[in-house]
Design a protein around this ligand. Structure first.
Ligand SMILES: [Mg+2]
Length: 291
């Protein structure tokens, strides 16, 4: 993240108005602070250091185990909206996203904060090739349980095709099921119609397998309707809400994702200041009554 002035001009009015309303404003850097603010800090601290995050991941994977057993017993069950035809007797599979679903890249994100750098595809590529990602709590145990029940474990990741080998080595060392003689790592651009939207890859799995569960940390791990404004996303979510907690399970990721880009319409080229302004404008604050 770029090193920024303590309080941006547009924030000054907000800060003084809010500080006036509440009497004080914990969490906003005072003019004398020498430590730069960083938009990722609290989210990253939670992901990398908190027991609360670990407990949350374990709970999601504990529920996944329960749902997997239910899904195996019900031949009509499918988690893939792309699934069609007579799928009841197809072999079972599950589809998981990789980053922040089964592997934990928090050391890379932490490095962005401590070095004051922005995300870049170049440093991200170096990180993936270092094979230093850790396992998300509960992910190895759950995927190994699924594998032991004869369920093929697919990873549908937006890491790119030329990062597949390093990703495989990293995840094999962590103990994840590797798919045997089936290519279970379906990376972005590995086939011509495999873009960042994952529907074509879910359809590819659903052709030969009954898909029991989807697991991800981003709306796009479940539907191709993940983009657009917050209102668009909420509308799409409402129409699919019954899946969540049932055959679609979401891991928490407050650090990055399509939630973060929705307020600025995914226009990452905007100046950091402008993106932050749009995010603040997206908030719905309570205004205390006038005295
Ligand atoms: Mg992810």
């Amino acid at each position: 993240m770029p090193r920024l002035p303590r309080i941006r001009p547009y924030l000054a009015a907000y800060v003084s108005a809010t500080a006036f309303a509440f009497g004080s404003l914990p969490g906003v850097a005072a003019a004398a602070d020498t430590v730069p603010q960083n938009d990722l800090l609290n989210a990253e601290l939670w992901m990398q250091k908190s027991v609360e995050y670990k407990a949350n991941s374990l709970a999601v994977y504990a529920l996944a185990k329960v749902r997997l057993d239910e899904a195996l017993a019900d031949k009509k069950w499918t988690a893939a909206t792309e699934q069609s035809g007579d799928y009841g007797n197809l072999p079972p599979a599950i589809i998981l996203d990789a980053d922040e679903t089964v592997v934990d890249n928090s050391a890379y994100e932490a490095g962005l904060i401590t070095s004051g750098a922005d995300y870049s595809s170049k440093t991200w590529d170096t990180w993936t090739r270092a094979e230093k990602a850790l396992a998300v709590p509960g992910a190895v145990e759950f995927t190994r349980y699924a594998d032991s029940r004869g369920v093929k474990v697919f990873y549908v990741s937006n890491r790119e095709a030329d990062q597949e080998d390093a990703t495989r080595k990293n995840m094999e060392a962590l103990g994840f099921p590797m798919g045997g003689n089936v290519d279970t790592f379906l990376m972005s651009k590995e086939q011509p119609n495999w873009g960042s939207a994952k529907g074509s890859r879910r359809a590819f799995v659903a052709r030969d397998y009954r898909v029991l569960l989807l697991l991800g940390d981003n709306f796009g791990d479940f539907t191709d309707n993940f983009r657009g404004s917050d209102e668009d996303r909420l509308k799409a979510f409402r129409s699919m809400q019954a899946h969540f907690g049932h055959d679609w399970l979401m891991l928490a990721n407050p650090v990055y994702g399509s939630f973060e880009s929705a307020p600025f319409n995914g226009d990452y080229k905007l100046p950091a200041d402008e993106k932050r302004r749009k995010k603040i404008e997206a908030l719905e604050p309570w205004t205390p009554p006038a005295k």
